[in-house]
Design a protein around this ligand. Structure first.
Ligand code: 13P
Ligand code: ZN
Length: 269
């Protein structure tokens, strides 16, 4: 089949990382039906031939004007598409889009006219913000991790850094591999520009943010690393819940043990 990935090994490698991650999300039970979405900024792997490719869709509005995305390209999970299908057939369940020169609209260019995820306003606003800050991050991931979402149903875990401190203290690796912690975005309608703006604001201080009673949104250099950050946080949530199920409040690492970790691992917080 003629695909934009043919003879483009670097682009194919990045899309394959999305497919591999989509499989993990399904296996973990975090991706019921079409739940969750992934976008990656692929602009650095786009050649002149791709830049000449015609649109295969109408022009769609983004809903926001995002100046740093002018002429950028993204691979996006499709709206209403399943992660378990994206895992096996990424180019049939996702598409490559080009941001147009008005920075407020896009077209689909390959392989199929699969309309991108309904959370595109959040994903693209975040990518715009990352580029404006010179960040090396090129991937954003939204998923529905069971235990973290469960915690977001209790207001005490929505207070600033309460969940972060608790999750960090469950197992040393969580702070080491999610060193900026878990930000909190109060419940906002999925797919809205308001949710996008609240997400950007919180990502100034965190790499992973909780969307109250919905899921998490994570960013990193690539999609595997974004997934890893959510995975270590959710593992801690599982340890916390397992302790509670055994009938006790887990002790957690002490402040001193956490401080020692931060010094040795040179962590930012
Ligand atoms: P999409 O199918 O549009 O990606 O939506 C899934 C989702 O999780 C919305 O928050
Ligand atoms: Zn969702």
């Amino acid at each position: 089949m003629n695909s934009i990935l043919n003879n483009r090994p670097e682009l194919a490698r990045e899309v394959n990382k999305v497919a591999e991650t989509a499989g993990y999300l399904w296996e973990k039970g975090w991706a019921e039906r079409n739940g969750g979405n992934i976008t990656i900024n692929i602009t650095e792997w786009v050649d002149d031939e791709i830049r000449q490719m015609p649109a295969i869709s109408e022009v769609y509005p983004i809903g926001a004007t995002l100046p740093y995305l002018k002429g950028c390209y993204f691979f996006c999970k499709g709206n209403n598409r399943r992660m378990r299908d994206l895992a096996r057939w990424p180019m049939e369940n996702g598409s490559v889009i080009r941001i147009l020169d008005d920075c407020a609209s896009y077209v689909i260019i390959a392989d199929n006219p699969v309309k991108p995820t309904s959370e595109l306003p959040s994903h693209l606003s975040v990518h715009n913000d990352l580029l404006s800050k010179g960040s090396p991050y090129r991937a954003s991931l939204h998923t529905h991790p069971i235990e973290l979402v469960a915690m977001s149903h209790n207001p005490k875990y929505l207070e600033k850094d309460v969940a972060t401190r608790l999750l960090w203290s469950m197992i040393p690796e969580t702070k080491a591999f999610c060193p900026r912690g878990l930000g909190i975005v109060p419940y906002i309608l999925p797919g809205s520009v308001e949710l996008a703006n609240a997400t950007i604001a919180e990502l100034a201080d965190y790499d992973v943010v909780m969307w109250e009673k919905h899921g998490v949104f994570a960013v990193d250099v690539d999609v595997m690393l974004a997934f890893d950050q959510v995975d270590v946080l959710n593992k801690s949530a599982q340890i916390y819940i397992a302790s509670k199920n055994m009938g006790f409040e887990p002790e957690g690492m002490s402040d001193e043990q956490m401080k020692e970790m931060s010094v040795v691992f040179k962590l930012p917080k």
